[in-house]
Design a protein around this ligand. Structure first.
Ligand SMILES: Cc1cc2nc3c(=O)[nH]c(=O)nc-3n(C[C@H](O)[C@H](O)[C@H](O)COP(=O)(O)O)c2cc1C
Length: 441
């Protein structure tokens, strides 16, 4: 069943959107199902049981200490999430190298702090078992921030390609050399091995949102072995898969969060027609996924766009707040349909989709619709997990509370962008106060 116009108008979000947006059903299929029990279906990922179809997406909290160690705040955040009852808990981006940190408080894992990560995994496992009788599948995301590296709090971009559309005149860009890139698969593999030792069930090689690996996918104008052809542009990711696969035991889930569509409206945009970069086209992403599956991909998290370039594509939010390029509903529809197309093309590969927090107080019904209509294996909740950590548990016990839902204001993103501790500025006093102080300056 599709949400109809009347349903939309019943909510504040959709009423706002519809004021300015011609409703165009052919473009817009938003799934909807009132029977949220469908989300309680178990699903097996490489011999591990996900107890339901809800995935808490990776959300950087920027609360590590300067050496990348998890702090008390990190522990509290993940313990809250673990108690929330999701089937998969996807830990945020952890930087594989100091120079690739997205901010001065991004997590990093190494031999010296491995025990702290072991403690973190033990603690979240214990909390979830005690609260729900099961633990989520714990996946940790590894990343190099590339163009968006800010290891000391100021931009220090390391780019896959100089890009006249994105490069800013006042910034000094370091082009990652072939030698630098060639070392990365081993660096990722070392980090992945540490994650496995810490007790994580899975490791994600992040290749989305414009960070280094994602940028290379559209490095059509890079010279050498990492640019121009499809084989070259995907070389780093594939080599990293091979290295991680051989570093990990057979039990560990090898995952990838992948941009299937950048939507930058520039010639350097992955997931677009090779003759017309304004056109959405999943041929190359599908070709890449097929290769990744052959290299051992066990779990795919599908996403789009970049929070730095086109947040309206990657994390649709309430219309009226900074929505210049597209509208929230068609962006949501594209995110859901994109993941669905991948899910249909690779029915044996467990897929997580993205963007559902944009539906705010209706998100649980859309999530149930996506599982009911077989559009994805798991529904991913990002901002919603900051706002409403108990979401999964509440949906599964039919106690969803609209008053705790994300309002898609993206205040959490404003905190992140400004290097502050990030969390929900509406539902959590700690982050609300930080936001208030920041905006009052
Ligand atoms: C504050 C903040 C932190 C984020 N951190 C990460 C991250 O560590 N890794 C990642 O892949 N995506 C990250 N994202 C993107 C989310 O995982 C998600 O894709 C996005 O918010 C859209 O989904 P939603 O509508 O459910 O929020 C972050 C987003 C926000 C707003």
């Amino acid at each position: 069943m599709e949400i109809n116009k009347a349903d939309f108008c019943n909510t504040e979000l959709f009423a706002d959107v519809l004021k300015n947006t011609p409703f165009s059903p052919p473009l817009l299929h938003l799934p909807y199902c009132e029977d949220t029990d469908v989300l309680a279906r178990e699903k097996n990922i490489k011999g591990k049981t996900a107890h339901n179809r809800i995935c808490y997406q990776p959300m950087e909290g920027q609360d590590a200490d300067e050496n990348g160690n998890p702090t008390d705040l990190t522990f509290e955040r993940y313990e809250r999430l673990a108690k929330g009852g999701a089937g998969i808990l996807w830990f945020e981006a952890v930087s594989v190298l100091p120079e690739g940190r997205s901010n001065a408080h991004q997590l990093m894992i190494n031999e010296n702090n491995l025990d702290k990560y072991k403690k973190l995994v033990e603690s979240v496992k214990e909390k979830s078992l005690k609260e729900n009788g099961y633990a989520p599948i714990f996946v940790l995301q590894l990343n190099h921030s590339g163009r968006y590296s800010k290891p000391c709090g100021v931009p220090s971009p390391i780019v896959g390609m100089r890009n006249s559309f994105f490069d800013k005149p006042d910034l000094c860009y370091t082009l990652a050399s072939d030698e630098y890139l060639k070392r990365l698969p081993e660096v990722f593999a070392e980090n992945a091995y540490l994650c496995e030792k810490a007790g994580f069930d899975g490791v994600d090689i992040k290749c989305c949102h414009g960070y280094l690996y994602s940028e290379l996918l559209s490095a059509y104008d890079r010279e050498g072995v990492y640019g121009t052809s499809f084989e070259n542009r995907t070389r780093l990711l594939c080599d990293t898969f091979r290295a991680c696969k051989s570093a990990l035991s057979n039990d560990t889930v090898l995952a990838c969060r992948l941009n299937i569509y950048d939507g930058y409206n520039t010639p350097y945009s992955f997931g677009t027609d090779s003759n017309d970069y304004t056109k959405y086209d999943l041929d190359e992403p599908k070709k890449l996924i097929e290769i990744l599956v052959s290299l051992g991909l066990d779990l795919l998290n599908v996403t789009m766009g970049s929070p730095y370039v086109n947040p309206d594509v990657s994390r649709p939010y309430k219309a009226g707040i900074d929505m210049p390029k597209t509208n929230a509903l068609s962006a949501l529809s594209r995110l859901f349909e994109g993941a669905c197309e991948i899910h249909k093309a690779f029915p044996k590969l467990p897929v997580v989709n993205t963007g559902v927090s944009g539906l705010c107080a209706k998100a649980h019904l859309a999530a149930a619709g996506m599982i009911n209509d077989d559009m994805t294996d798991f529904v991913g909740f990002g901002r919603m997990n900051f706002a409403y950590p108990d979401l999964a548990k509440d949906i599964l016990s039919n106690k969803f509370d609209a008053k705790q839902a994300c309002v898609a204001c993206s205040g959490c993103s404003t905190l992140k962008k400004n290097g502050l501790l990030s969390g929900c500025i509406i539902r959590n006093k700690l982050y609300r106060d930080i936001y208030k102080e920041f905006t009052s300056k």
